[in-house]
Design a binder for this molecule. Structure first.
Ligand SMILES: [Zn+2]
Length: 365
C-alpha cells in the first residue's frame, strides 16, 4: 500500500481521487463529494481524461488510430494493409494505471501508466506519439553527458526542404535526401557541427502531392557565432543544401539558433526549455495524422513508399542516443522511475462508441 505524507492517510480499500491534491487543483470536472450516510459513495469521474488531465492526449491519439486503421482495413488492394488495420485495432485497448508519487513532490499522488500493449505499426498515431515521447526522453537523458563533454556548445535548428513531389516518387526522393545529407555533412559548412539529430517529415500538399523535408537539431562549437570562418549564413546553408541535392532551383531552408527567449540566443546558463522545444519539433512525428486521414489513397501509397525507410538518424556526439531501433511495450509505456510494483492497479478500456478511455469497474482500488 502506498503511503501519504500528510494527515490524509489512505483507506485500505484503495486510493481515491479526492485524496490527490494535484487532481483537486487541476481537475475542474465532475464534483468529488465526500461520502456520507445515504449518499452515493463518490461522484468519481469515469473517463481517463477526467481522472488524469495529463493523459488527455490518449483519447485523441487512440481516436485517430481508429480512423487510420479503418482506412487500412477498407483497402482491398492488399492483404498487407488489412493486416495493418487489424493490428492497429488491437493497439492499446487497455491502459493499466497505478498511483505513484509525483517526482517533484513526494506528497502528491498522481495516476501513472504502468502497462499497455502497442501495435507498433509505423503510422499508428498512438505508437507514433509514444515513440516521439520515448525519443525525447532518451535525448534528454543523454543531454547532460554530452553537455559535460561540450560545455560551451550552442545549438541550431535547421529545416531542409525541397519542392513537393508526387506521392509515388517519395521513395526515390527520400533516398535522394539521404544521399544529399551525406554530402552536406562532408562540406565545409558542417565543420563546426559536433553532433546532430535528423528526422524526415512528410506533409501532404493541398493538391495531393507530398512534401518531404527534414528537421535537424545540431550542436555546434561554442565559437560558431563569433568566428566568421565557422559561422554559416542562411544563404550559405541554402547553397550547400541545393548543391548537395544537386537541384537546379533554390530549395527552402530555415535556420535558427536555439534560443532562451525569442530573438536572443541562450548564453551562459544553458536553457533546456529552448533545447527541449527544438528536440520536440525535430522528433514530433513523421506524418501528421490529419494528413493521413485527409485522403486514404495518399496514405496507402505513402505507406508503400516509405516502408522500411529509416526516418531518424543521429550523428557525432549524439550518435546512437535515441536507440531508434529499440522499442518494447515497456519502453513505449515510458515508465521511467514511476513504477508502482505493489500498489493497486486500475484500468481504462477504449470505448469506441464514445471514443474515450473509460474506467473499468467502480471505485478505483
Ligand atoms: Zn499502435
Amino acid at each position: 500500500m502506498l503511503l501519504t505524507s500528510d494527515s490524509n492517510s489512505l483507506p485500505d480499500h484503495g486510493i481515491e481521487h479526492k485524496q490527490n491534491p494535484q487532481y483537486a487543483l487541476e481537475e475542474p470536472g465532475p464534483p468529488v463529494l465526500p461520502a456520507g450516510p445515504g449518499q452515493p459513495a463518490i461522484a468519481e469521474p469515469e473517463y481517463l481524461s477526467d481522472c488524469s488531465p495529463k493523459d488527455r492526449p490518449w483519447d485523441e491519439h487512440r481516436s485517430q488510430a481508429d480512423d487510420v486503421a479503418a482506412i487500412y482495413s477498407r483497402a482491398r488492394s492488399s492483404v498487407w494493409f488489412s493486416r495493418l488495420g487489424e493490428r492497429m485495432n488491437l493497439c492499446s485497448p487497455v491502459l493499466e494505471f497505478a498511483w505513484v508519487f509525483e517526482k517533484d513532490d513526494s506528497s502528491v499522488l498522481t495516476p501513472k501508466l504502468q502497462k499497455a500493449y502497442f501495435c507498433r505499426v509505423r503510422h499508428c498515431p498512438v505508437c507514433q506519439w509514444r515513440r516521439s515521447l520515448m525519443w525525447i526522453a532518451r535525448f534528454l537523458q543523454a543531454l547532460p553527458h554530452v553537455l559535460d563533454e561540450y560545455p560551451k556548445a550552442r545549438f541550431l535548428f535547421l529545416t531542409l526542404t525541397l519542392r513537393n513531389v508526387a506521392v509515388n516518387e517519395l521513395r526515390g526522393t527520400c533516398a535522394q535526401m539521404g544521399k544529399a545529407w551525406g554530402r552536406l555533412s562532408k562540406r565545409r559548412e558542417f565543420a563546426a557541427v559536433l553532433g546532430w539529430l535528423r528526422a524526415v517529415e512528410i506533409t501532404r500538399g493541398e493538391d495531393g502531392s507530398a512534401h518531404p523535408h527534414c528537421h535537424t537539431l545540431m550542436m555546434v562549437s561554442g565559437d560558431y557565432f563569433r568566428r566568421p570562418d565557422k559561422y554559416v549564413t542562411h544563404a550559405e546553408w541554402l547553397k550547400a543544401w541545393r548543391e548537395s541535392l544537386r537541384l537546379d532551383y533554390d530549395p527552402t531552408v530555415y535556420v535558427e539558433a536555439v534560443t532562451a527567449k525569442r530573438g536572443r540566443p541562450a548564453k551562459g546558463q544553458r536553457t533546456l526549455s529552448g533545447l527541449l522545444n527544438a528536440a520536440r519539433e525535430t522528433l514530433k512525428y513523421c506524418v501528421k495524422p490529419s494528413d493521413m486521414m485527409a485522403d486514404p489513397s495518399w496514405l496507402l501509397e505513402l505507406t508503400r513508399q516509405v516502408h522500411n525507410l529509416k526516418f531518424i538518424t543521429t550523428g557525432g556526439a549524439f550518435k546512437g542516443v535515441l536507440r531508434e531501433n529499440q522499442e518494447t511495450d515497456e519502453e513505449l509505456t515510458l515508465l521511467g522511475d514511476g513504477v508502482a510494483d505493489e500498489s493497486p492497479k486500475f484500468y481504462f478500456d477504449w470505448h469506441r462508441p464514445v471514443r474515450r478511455y473509460k474506467r473499468r469497474g467502480g471505485i478505483i482500488q
